[in-house]
Each structure stands twice: as structure tokens, then as C-alpha cells.
Design a protein around this ligand. Structure first.
Ligand code: DC
Length: 230
């Protein structure tokens, strides 16, 4: 039987990490874990409790209530991926709004939040056969992952993709707002003190500004299969 490996996919926001991770998981029969969804769900919790808003953030209140946050992924066979549940409520749609995107990087800066989520992520990947995407997967969560990919693409290309996705989800947003959000998140994610977004030394860098999703998948699958069969 083929050995199972861990695949870590990191990179800037809206670089298509989750698309690639989902495709890889499907082809290899692996479990896909979207760690950004977990940070988004914690952000939604903080918004619902009134701990965070456009111009305020009661960090301590969020830290004090971390034990009251239960996160779970449940596989939806119709959509063929695992949806995010916050305290047993499906929040998959709510966590993808621009409102959550505009606040999530501030929540992801909090050390206590990261400790809680990283612990859960390590646990989910214990049995290998997992493709996990995020910002610190190859550096902090699985520094020994057999395959690490670091994704990037031009900010304008990323904002255009994200804008299209949000419009398709029925959200009323402008391209300028989405572009600003992409740039702001890049800055915060790469400059925070705890686990900033950086490329792991042994990660393979992929710029997908001008290659198709299919081409990208094929390239990575060749590499993954080589590692698996070695
Ligand atoms: O992947 P995403 O855009 O859904 O992630 C949302 C935010 O969560 C992102 O701006 C930074 C944060 N994040 C993180 O800090 N660490 C991760 N492993 C995943 C996401």
C-alpha cells in the first residue's frame, strides 16, 4: 500500500490555496482541512458576541471565552467538502463574507487563538493523508510535512478572483474594497509577531498568476506522487 504523506499549502490570501488543496485531496483520497475557515469562525464568534467591530476589539473578552468555542468540520457529500460548524451551527456561508475577511487578520494575530487552533490542526493531521492549507502549516503546524507548497500571485489577479467569488455568492461589494482587503491582509499576515506568513525553507514556490488551475494541479500531483512512491 502507498504510504500516506502530509501536504502543507501556505501562501497569500486568495491565491487559490483551497482550490488546489481540495483537488489534491480528491485525487489522492486525502482529507482536506481549510485552517482559514477556523480563524474565520473564531472571528464570527467574536462579532456575534460584540467583542470586535470596525473600530474596536476587546481582545481579552475573546481570550477569556475561547473555551466556549467549539469548531468542527462536517463532510457534506453533495458539495464534496467539509463545512465549518461553530458550536454545532453550520457557518460555512457566513464566514466567507467581506465583513469577516476585514476582521479575521486581527483575530489571527492573537497568540491564545493560534495556540488553540494549531493544537486542533495538529490533532487532525495525526494520521497523515491530509492536505491542509493556511499561513503557517509548513512552518508551525507541520514543519515535517513531506510536501510543502507556497503559493503567490499578483495582487490584482487575486483581488479579481476574490471579487468574482463574492459576487457569485450574492454579496454586494466593490472591486476596490476587495483589492484593499487583499493588500491589508497580506500586510497584517506577514507582519504579525506570532507565526507570520513566511515561506518554509523547504517549500516549493508556485506563482499561479498566469497558469490554469488544471496545469497547477498536474504539476503538484506529479511531485506528490513521486514523494508517495519513494
Ligand atoms: O485562508 P483564508 O483567507 O480563509 O484565511 C483567513 C485569515 O486567517 C487570513 O487572513 C490569516 C488567517 N490565517 C492564519 O493566520 N493562519 C492560518 N493557518 C490560516 C489563516
Amino acid at each position: 500500500m502507498d504510504k500516506k504523506i502530509t501536504i502543507a499549502i501556505d501562501g497569500f490570501s486568495s491565491t487559490g490555496k483551497s482550490t488546489l488543496a481540495k483537488q489534491l485531496a480528491r485525487h489522492l483520497g486525502y482529507v482536506y482541512v481549510d485552517t482559514g475557515a477556523m480563524y474565520r469562525a473564531v472571528t464570527l464568534f467574536a462579532m456575534q458576541k460584540g467583542y470586535i467591530g470596525e473600530d474596536f476589539f476587546n481582545k481579552q473578552a475573546l481570550i477569556d471565552s475561547l473555551d466556549a468555542i467549539k469548531l468542527k468540520f462536517l463532510y457534506n457529500p453533495d458539495l464534496e467538502f467539509a463545512e465549518m460548524y461553530l458550536n454545532d451551527v453550520n457557518v460555512e456561508k457566513e464566514i466567507r463574507t467581506l465583513g469577516v475577511s476585514q476582521l479575521v487578520s486581527h483575530v489571527a494575530e492573537i497568540h491564545e487563538v493560534r495556540v488553540k487552533l494549531v493544537e486542533q490542526q495538529k490533532h487532525m493531521g495525526e494520521g497523515k493523508g491530509v492536505v491542509m492549507d493556511g499561513r503557517d502549516i509548513g512552518t508551525i503546524v507541520f514543519p515535517n510535512a513531506e510536501l510543502k507548497i507556497f503559493m503567490n500571485s499578483a495582487p490584482g489577479v487575486r483581488a479579481q478572483r476574490r471579487f468574482k467569488e463574492l459576487v457569485e455568492l450574492g454579496q454586494k461589494v466593490t472591486y476596490e474594497e476587495v483589492y484593499k482587503n487583499v493588500i491589508d491582509r497580506d500586510y497584517i499576515d506577514t507582519h504579525r509577531e506570532d507565526s507570520p506568513l513566511i515561506k518554509a525553507e523547504d517549500a516549493i514556490e508556485m506563482d499561479n498568476s498566469y497558469i490554469s488551475k488544471q496545469e497547477q494541479l498536474e504539476k503538484v500531483l506529479v511531485i506528490a506522487k513521486k514523494i508517495i512512491s519513494n
